[in-house]
Design a protein around this ligand. Structure first.
Ligand code: F6P
Length: 309
């Protein structure tokens, strides 16, 4: 997020625009929590995780009165264009505000879940996967030393993108995804074959949205039927949401922020600014918010069980 805020502010300043940062997202719009920003405001933040503008979920903004109050505060501050960085909730809010009050808005997909249509990758996804890989490598050390089976649960809400990518990069024996039902017996068959092939430890990645109910539930049900390994569970949780952004995310943040400012100046509105096939492209919000963002690559799904034999 910070690398993107930096790109938006510096591109806008370079283009001669005034820039106002809105703290705490839509809550800040309701509270008129504005920050007049300049090029120095975003110095020394490109390497920082999180967001210097803070963020917050805001139910009041979802009401008609809340949206109106927010718009009045924007107008009172002289704001005549909005760039919103966030997930689908943020984009839906921006679309509603723009449709009702005709203020130009452009959205930048900022979520570790990579669950938005309109960009092959969302901001923060690559960094989160690198954080998960680092954790898996550490867990593998102890799993191998103790001949253990670890169930590692990762974030992603209803998307399996983090789980699938880290399952491949982490060399997991299996990956459980919300998008693809995995029967416990099929998982046990896989683990049994691995054990027969003289594997002495294993790692199973579980997306938090998996239908089996999460890593603890899964571990309990597997242990009831399969006792070859000493079984452990690791829930990685919010460490996936922080940390210094990867080079891929920093460059993506720069490209999306840069394009969003130029897009507003060019008169675009109600678009998702995204990376598609390594090209920056705009997708109408009505499309980006209503199309199924199924992004699991078939080859990656096929590779998991084959590369872990
Ligand atoms: O959308 C990002 C995300 O980290 C999801 O992966 C996760 O399910 C959720 O947010 C956690 O939300 P909170 O930080 O409110 O617990």
């Amino acid at each position: 997020m910070n690398a993107c805020i930096r790109a938006v502010v510096r591109t806008a300043v370079f283009m001669g625009l005034e820039v106002v940062g809105i703290r705490k997202g839509y809550q800040g719009m309701l509270d008129s929590d504005f920050w007049d920003m300049d090029a120095r405001s975003v110095g020394n933040i490109i390497h920082l995780g999180g967001t210097i503008l803070k963020t917050a979920r805001c139910l009041e903004f979802q009401t008609a009165e809340g949206t109106e109050k927010a718009f009045k505060n924007l107008k009172a501050k002289g704001i005549d264009g909005l760039i919103a960085i966030g997930g689908d909730g943020t984009a839906r809010g921006a679309e509603r505000l723009s449709l009702r009050f005709d203020i130009p808005v452009l959205c930048i997909p900022g979520t570790i879940d990579n669950d938005l249509y309109g960009s092959d990758f969302t901001l923060g996804f690559d960094t989160a996967t690198n954080t998960v890989i680092d954790a898996i490598d550490k867990i593998r050390d102890t799993a191998a030393s103790h001949n253990r089976l670890f169930f590692v649960e990762v974030m992603g809400r209803d998307s399996g993108c983090i789980a699938l990518r880290t399952g491949i990069a982490g060399g997991a024996e299996a990956v459980l995804l919300p998008e693809r039902e995995t029967a416990i017996d099929d998982l046990i068959t896989k683990l049994t074959i691995d054990a027969k092939n003289k594997k002495t430890s294993s790692i199973v990645i579980v997306a938090e949205g998996d239908k089996n109910g999460g890593a603890y539930e899964l571990a309990k049900r597997v242990t009831e039927k399969f006792d070859f390994y000493d079984v452990k569970v690791s829930i990685l949780g919010h460490l996936q949401r922080g940390g210094s952004p990867s080079s891929f995310d920093r460059v993506l943040a720069g490209r999306l922020g840069f394009a969003a400012v130029k897009g507003l100046i060019a008169g675009n509105s109600r678009q998702m600014v995204g990376l598609r096939g390594n090209v920056i492209r705009m997708t109408p919000l009505e499309e980006a918010l209503n199309f199924n963002a199924f992004k699991l690559e078939d080859d990656l799904m096929e590779m998991v069980s084959i590369l872990s034999i």
